[in-house]
Design a protein around this ligand. Structure first.
Ligand SMILES: [Zn+2]
Length: 255
């Protein structure tokens, strides 16, 4: 699964490319770190798989047949308790923040599966803000929230992606064409429809919306949401148990 649509270089690659260290030394360090990395990955996977198995199993039962567990489905526009964000689309929150899909991977947001074909399940803004869609974003928009509702004085960004088909035909609303910059939207504004775009036409993802709460770099720009460290745990924003480190067995729905 690729969220690299933004065409932004991961900062670690940039670091290696500009590293002042001698390449032989770097090679030695890398070789020495391999056994440590393998052991750490094994432990991490063992722990993570064991703990999240029950929740993931339930999600797969729903994905096979949504009518098997209608109680797992959330509806667009729902607000859980006093949480500031509304749920942005219909469906099941199948993968949550810090789930892991492969060794070393940490999921930076929530995947909400509509259980429909592409281009059918609407996606709406979870919170008001200023929408940008960069010139090469087929399936994504990002909304700048000037004041984090959970922490005064902090700016955050909310990223929405996979709103295109496997070939990259966009399902984003015509109100937000490529190159849209800083257009104000209210919560509930239609942004587009769930899709399965992955960047690789031969390997589309399941039809869903990926949404994440992204940190500001401190200078008014969003950071790379592919890195979990650049994102916030979405749980308090939605009033749902969306952190894989603490939710092992519950499909997130309003209590
Ligand atoms: Zn995702």
């Amino acid at each position: 699964m690729s969220y690299l649509e933004r065409q932004r270089q991961p900062s670690c690659l940039q670091f290696v490319a500009h590293s002042p260290y001698n390449p032989e030394m770097l090679k030695k360090i890398l070789l020495l770190s391999i056994p440590v990395a393998i052991a750490a990955t094994g432990l991490y996977l063992y722990y993570n798989r064991r703990t999240s198995d029950e929740r993931i199993t339930k999600a797969f039962e729903w994905l096979d047949d949504p009518s098997s567990h209608p109680e797992f489905t959330m509806t667009a526009g729902t607000k859980c308790g006093d949480a500031p964000f509304i749920f942005p689309t219909d469906g099941l929150a199948g993968f949550i923040w810090d789930d892991s899909f492969r060794p070393g991977h940490r999921h930076s947001g929530i995947d909400i599966f509509g259980g429909t074909d592409v281009g059918i399940t609407p996606v709406v803004a979870a919170y008001p803000g200023y929408l940008t869609r960069e010139a090469d974003w087929k399936s994504s928009v990002i909304i700048r929230v000037t004041e984090d509702p959970l922490r005064a004085g902090r700016q955050i960004w909310v990223y929405y992606t996979h709103m295109a088909d496997s070939q990259g035909n966009s399902f984003i609303s015509p109100d937000f064409p490529l190159g849209t910059s800083e257009v104000y939207v209210e919560a509930g504004t239609l942004l587009g429809y769930q899709g399965n775009y992955s960047g690789d036409p031969n390997n589309p993802v399941g039809v869903h919306l990926h949404i994440s709460v992204v940190q500001d770099d401190g200078f008014g720009n969003f950071t790379n949401e592919l890195e979990i460290k650049n994102t916030y745990d979405p749980s308090p924003y939605f009033g749902l148990p969306l952190n894989a480190n603490t939710n092992f067995d519950t499909v997130p729905v309003c209590q």
